[in-house]
Write a protein of this length. Structure first.
Length: 363
């Protein structure tokens, strides 16, 4: 997907390119091991397991509804499966790293449609904008929460922000529902993501947008209400959506809005960032719980976020191996490789960062 035609910061070109050196070392490793950078049987089997569980859980909840207590637990599981499919299948597919076959990548990326969200909007917001302008205020939509939260030092401070490190849990839970019923539509009708104008949608992309929204309303609202009733549907939908929203939010926020990551500002009047692209990605990104195979399996390798931002077209199944190469290269270039040993410590670093942003930044 091409970068939209906008006035955005540029990255300097260095004589000794960190990005070129990282690519050389990682490609050398892949060639030596005779490894393709795309997904393998581990990823494909995981995709089949997650999607199968998603379908079976939906059928059981809607058509064979268990008693209330167990139904709520099952809704929590369903919300977790929504997040897991997003992390493991859709995410790799949207970056073209799920498979060496383009059609399979498109199929994997289209799993976002099954979850009710727009594939086009996600591609523009995440693949094009976020991965290019990470943590750049005014451009990276991931750190734009409006008046409700202050996610960067350059953003305006409001009195409400004094408590953001306390109430963020609630806002994060609402992300998925808000995404489906508001932000997708806002982007569609404004044809903008933040200040960035979207590339013109094709007729097929317009049709896909509306087909997905109609499908989602039918499958996740109309049919469940008909089968289990309004009240039971509402409870189940909120439990599912809130759990999915929190997991999706916290995993992505742990990667960029923590105590040690940076929020660089372009140097004016050249509108040029202070660091080259690869260095910028490393300084604005953090890893967490990389020793935990369970965490890596569940979040689709997004705990190796540094490697993902440097090599988005390499599948997450290869990140544990190439992380060693990236870490050594960072040491050679005297760059801080940010890593938290556990999920708990990463969450703590996120809360501490939100708390620091809850106070006005001194000029």
């Amino acid at each position: 997907m091409s970068t939209p035609n906008i006035s955005a910061p540029k990255f300097p070109v260095m004589a000794k390119s960190l990005h070129a050196e990282l690519k050389r070392r990682v490609n050398q490793y892949l060639d030596k091991q005779s490894i393709k950078g795309t997904g393998n049987y581990k990823l494909f089997s995981k995709a089949i397991i997650l999607v199968s569980l998603f379908v079976l859980t939906y059928i059981h909840l809607v058509f064979f509804t268990p008693p209330a207590f167990y139904a709520i637990l099952e809704c929590v599981l369903f919300g977790g499966l929504i997040a897991a499919i997003g992390f493991n299948v859709m995410h790799d597919g949207s970056h073209g790293s799920f498979s060496k076959h383009p059609w399979l990548n498109k199929l994997a990326s289209s799993s976002i449609s099954v979850l009710g969200a727009s594939r086009f909007m996600w591609g523009m917001k995440h693949v094009t904008i976020h991965h290019t302008y990470t943590n750049i205020d005014g451009v990276d939509d991931d750190i734009e929460v409006g008046m409700l939260m202050r996610m960067a030092p350059t953003q305006k401070h409001y009195l409400l922000h004094r408590f953001q490190h306390i109430y963020f849990w609630v806002l994060y839970m609402l992300l998925y529902i808000f995404w489906l019923f508001y932000t997708d539509y806002k982007k569609y009708f404004s044809q903008k993501i933040g200040s960035i104008t979207l590339k013109k949608m094709t007729i097929a992309e317009h049709i896909e947008f509306w087909v997905v929204k109609i499908y989602h309303a039918a499958v996740f609202i109309v049919i469940p209400i008909y089968m289990v009733g309004w009240a039971s549907w509402l409870v189940g939908f909120l439990v599912t959506g809130c759990f999915a929203g929190f997991i999706l939010s916290i995993v992505f926020q742990l990667a960029h809005t923590v105590s040690d990551t940076e929020f660089p500002v372009a140097i004016q009047p050249e509108n040029k960032m202070p660091d080259e692209f690869a260095a910028h990605q490393i300084l604005t990104t953090a890893n967490f719980a990389t020793k935990s195979k369970l965490v890596s399996w569940l979040v689709g390798g997004l705990n190796f976020q540094i490697e993902h931002h440097l090599f988005p077209k390499i599948s997450h199944v290869h990140y544990p191996a190439i992380s060693k190469i990236v870490k050594e290269t960072c040491a050679d270039f005297k760059l801080n490789y940010i890593e938290y040993p556990t999920v708990f410590k990463a969450i703590k670093a996120h809360v501490m960062y939100l708390k620091s942003m809850s106070k006005p930044t001194l000029a």
